[in-house]
Design a protein around this ligand. Structure first.
Ligand code: C2O
Length: 354
C-alpha cells in the first residue's frame, strides 16, 4: 500500500455472511501520524535469535513465550503492537483491506497469497511480530517457536498450545478456543488435509506426510515459480498461481487446526481470522523455515527470484518502536542478516521419494 490510512475498514473476501464473523472485520491499522513510512534499515551485526522447534522447548522458554504473548494481549488495542492489531495485519493484506490501494495503481487490490509474494510477506510479518514480543519482555534474543510438522516428532499440535491453563492454573496465553477438538495431541497431522479425516493409522499417516514433504520440497518444486508461486507485479490483479508449499502443507495445516464448528472456519481456516491464533505464527515459522531449507537443498533452480519486480516489492509494518516502516523483498532473502535462524531439526523426508 501507498498509505496505510487509505484502507477500507471492512474485510469481506472469503467471508460468507459478515454477520457470522467471529472476529472483527475491521482490518485497518491505526494511523499514529501522517508521516510516510520510512525505509527500514536492518540492524547491523544483530544478535542471532534462534527459533526452536515448538515440541521440544524448555520450561523456561515456554514461560517466556507465554509471558510475551500475554504482554501483547495486555497492550491497548489501538497500539499497533497489540495482539489484535497484529492479527489484523493478516486480514488487511489478505482480505482486501487495502483493496484499490496498490502503490501507484490505486485501482488494484493487494493480495499477498497465491503468488511469489507469499514467502517474503509472511517472513516480514513474523520478523516484526517476533521483535515486538522480544521488546515486550526485554529480551533481544527472543525467538518464535516453529511448528515442526515436517518431522515425525513434531507432527501433532505442539503440546504447549493445548491447555487452557498452565501448570499453575494461570491462563495459557497461547491457548485458543477456536480449534478442532479432534486434532489435539496425540492426533497426527495430515499434511494433505482438506477437511476430511483420512482415517489412516498413525504409522501410515507418518509415511504419507514424508512423501508429501518430498513432493512439495523436491519433485514438485524444481524452480522458483513452482516453489514461490507465480509472478504478480504492481498494476496486476491478484493471480492464483500458488507455490507448492503454500498450496500444500501450509493450507492443509491451516484447515487442520481450524474449528469446523465455526462459520468461517475461524480462526486458522480463514485469512481474516488466522492471526488471532498464536499457533499461526508458529505454523508460519515452519513455512518460513522451508524457504531456507529449499535453498539449502541446492539444485540449479533452488534460488530466490532475481526479477527486480520481486526484489522491489514492499510492505508496510509498524516495528517494535511503533515506527511505520516500509520493507522490501530484497532485504529478506538471508535470515541471518535479518538476525534470526532456525535450530536444526532433521529432515528425514529428503530421502522419502515416493
Ligand atoms: Cu497469510 Cu498462512 O497465510
Amino acid at each position: 500500500p501507498d498509505d496505510i490510512s487509505d484502507c477500507v475498514a471492512t474485510a469481506y473476501k472469503g467471508i460468507g455472511n459478515s454477520a457470522d464473523a467471529r472476529r472483527s472485520l475491521a482490518c485497518c491499522p491505526p494511523v499514529l501520524s501522517e508521516d510516510r513510512p520510512k525505509d527500514y534499515v536492518l540492524p547491523k551485526n544483530p544478535v542471532i535469535r534462534v527459533r526452536p522447534p515448538a515440541h521440544r522447548v524448555s520450561e523456561d522458554y515456554m514461560a517466556k513465550y507465554r509471558k510475551a504473548i500475554q504482554a501483547m494481549r495486555d497492550l491497548d488495542e489501538n497500539d499497533p503492537r497489540s495482539y489484535k492489531q497484529q492479527a489484523r495485519i493478516h486480514c488487511a493484506y489478505c482480505n482486501a483491506g487495502y483493496t484499490q490501494k496498490q502503490s501507484g495503481h490505486p485501482e488494484k487490490e493487494i493480495q499477498v497469497h497465491n503468488s511469489w509474494l507469499f514467502f517474503p510477506f509472511h517472513r516480514w510479518y513474523l520478523y516484526f511480530y517476533e521483535r515486538i514480543l522480544g521488546s515486550l519482555i526485554d529480551d533481544p534474543t527472543f525467538a518464535l517457536p516453529y511448528w515442526n510438522w515436517d518431522n515425525p516428532t513434531g507432527m501433532t499440535l505442539p503440546p504447549m498450545f493445548e491447555d487452557p491453563v498452565d501448570n499453575d492454573l494461570r491462563r495459557n496465553s497461547i491457548f485458543n478456543a477456536y480449534r478442532d477438538a479432534r486434532h489435539l495431541p496425540p492426533a497426527i497431522v495430515d499434511l494433505e488435509y482438506n477437511g476430511r479425516e483420512r482415517g489412516a493409522s498413525c504409522i501410515d499417516q507418518l509415511g504419507i506426510n514424508m512423501s508429501t514433504m518430498y513432493k512439495q520440497m523436491i519433485s514438485n518444486a524444481p524452480d522458483y515459480i513452482s516453489f514461490f508461486g507465480g509472478e504478480y507485479r504492481a498494476g496486476q490483479d491478484p493471480i492464483s498461481i500458488v507455490g507448492s508449499i503454500e498450496r500444500g502443507a501450509h493450507t492443509a495445516m491451516h484447515i487442520w487446526a481450524s474449528d469446523p464448528r465455526m462459520p468461517n472456519r475461524e480462526d486458522m481456516g480463514n485469512f481474516y481470522s488466522a492471526g488471532y491464533d498464536p499457533l499461526f505464527y508458529a505454523h508460519h515459522a515452519n513455512v518460513d523455515r522451508m524457504w531456507n531449507i529449499w535453498k539449502q537443498l541446492g539444485g540449479r533452480g533452488h534460488h530466490d527470484p532475481t526479477d527486480p519486480d520481486w526484489l522491489d516489492a514492499s510492505y508496510v509494518f509498524y516495528d517494535e518502536n511503533k515506527q511505520l516502516v516500509r520493507v522490501y523483498n530484497r532485504n529478506c532473502c538471508d535470515t541471518t542478516l535479518m538476525g534470526y535462524d532456525y535450530e536444526t531439526s532433521r529432515i528425514p523426508w529428503s530421502r522419502a521419494r515416493p
